[in-house]
Design a protein around this ligand. Sequence first.
Ligand SMILES: C[S@@+](CC[C@H](N)C(=O)[O-])C[C@H]1O[C@@H](n2cnc3c(N)ncnc32)[C@H](O)[C@@H]1O
Length: 258
Amino acid sequence: MSEVDLTLLFESHARSCDPNDFQGQVMRTPYGKSAGPDQVAMIVAAIGKALDIGPHDVLLDLCCGNGAITDPIFARCRGGLGVDFTPYLIEVAKTNFERSPDRLYLLADALEYVETTDDTKRFTKALCYGAFQYLAESKAIGVLAALRRRVPNLQRMFIGNLPDLDRVGNFFEGDIPSPDELKRHDTLFGIWRTEQEMATLAAGCGWRTEFSRMPSAFHAAHYRFDATLVKRSLKNTVTTWLRPIWRPYRRSSRFPRG
Ligand SMILES: C[S@@+](CC[C@H](N)C(=O)[O-])C[C@H]1O[C@@H](n2cnc3c(N)ncnc32)[C@H](O)[C@@H]1O
C-alpha cells in the first residue's frame, strides 16, 4: 500500500460508516463494534492527564481525524486547531465540532502544516492520537523536529495508541507478520515500535519521552503504549546526534591497537 492508498483507505472507510458513528469512522472498532463512551472516556482522561491540560492551554492536534477525540480536549482548555489530511474526516469535524474562532479544523498534511505555518506561538500542548504510526519514518522525524524548532511555547506532546513491538505476540494469535511488514507505515497497523525505539526517535528531535499504559479495561491496553514528549535541553539533543559518531573513537582509544 502506498501513502496515497492509505489516504484513500481512511477516506473510503469513513464514508462507508454512519455519519454519526464517529469512532467507527476512524476504525476504532474493537471486536468489530465501534468503541463505546467508556473507551472514549478512558482515552480523553489519559490525554488530559499526560498533557496536564488546563484552561490556559491551546492544543494542536495532528492527525485529528473527525475531531471526536479532539473536541473533549478542546473543551478542557482554550481550544486550538485539529489538522488531518483526509477530506471527509475534516468535513465531519467541521460539521459537528468546529466552533470558530476557538475550535478549528484544517485539511492538511501534518508535516506540511508544522513546517510551513506561521501560527506557532499560541500552541502550548500537542496531540497525535492513533496516527503517528502511519507517518513514514522520515515524516515522523520531520514532524517532531519541526515542532521542537518552530513551536516555541510547546511544553508537552502526547503520542497515543502506538503498537508495541515488544508485545506484538499479544495481538496476533497465529503467524506474526515479518519484521519488514511490522516496520511499514502504510499498513492497517502502521509501524510497530518498542518504547526504546520511540525514545531514540524523539531524543534525536529534541524530546525526552515518558511512557504510560492504558488501564487494563481499555480494549488495546495489552499491545499498545502511549508516549509523552517533553522538551530536552539543546546539549542533550546534540549529544544524542554525536553519540554514534564518537562511539567508535571512544572504543578505539580505550583499546588501542598495536
Ligand atoms: C486512526 S485515525 C485517528 C484519528 C484521531 N486522531 C482519533 O484518534 O480519533 C488516523 C488518522 O491519521 C490521519 N493521518 C495519517 N497520516 C496523516 C498525515 N500525514 N497528515 C495528516 N493526517 C494524517 C488519517 O487521515 C486519520 O484520520
